[in-house]
Design a protein around this ligand. Structure first.
Ligand code: FES
Length: 154
């Protein structure tokens, strides 16, 4: 259920658009920031607020890869699997990460700390291999730098 704070933020976004549906992605990002992911109930409430159907909102959610429609850990790791990172060692980096966390792609650690997701190019190919943890970009990675980065996320 949307909180009053979430409703207020979504209304503020919707007021910026000629058509309220223009705030759809931002509305889901607001819910995600508060709840970690967008469940069916919140999605339906977003739809009602923005004069959309739940199916329309869900079609945006499933198209836009930064919206989570299932529960995730406290921190989401997006590992770039595109070509520049692949050339620069993303496969071994991912293997290191999976061994270190004890999970595979699409999974969440038992303590709920991290969820690991494959992602297409993060737009920083000149600093490959790269990944994102939450909203933070980590570049020019090797296993040691990656381990040091992970330590900053409780
Ligand atoms: S290919 Fe990895 S950031 Fe572009």
């Amino acid at each position: 259920m949307l909180t009053e704070a979430m409703r207020h933020e979504i209304e503020a976004e919707a007021s910026l658009f000629e058509q309220r549906r223009g705030a759809c992605i931002e509305a889901m990002k607001i819910v995600q920031r508060h709840c970690g992911w967008v469940d069916d109930e919140n999605l339906a409430e977003i739809a009602a607020l923005l004069d959309m159907t739940p199916v329309e909102v869900d079609s945006v959610a499933t198209f836009y890869n930064l919206i989570r429609r299932s529960p995730v850990g406290r921190h989401v790791i997006l590992v770039c699997t595109s070509v520049s990172c692949w050339i620069m060692g993303s496969v071994s980096l991912l293997q290191h990460l999976q061994e270190r966390l004890g999970i595979g792609l699409g999974q969440t650690t038992a303590d709920g700390r991290f969820t690991l997701i494959a992602n297409q190019c993060l737009g920083t190919c000149d600093h490959a291999p790269a990944l994102m943890i939450d909203n933070d970009l980590h570049r020019d990675l090797d296993p040691e730098r990656l381990d040091a980065a992970l330590a900053h996320y409780a």
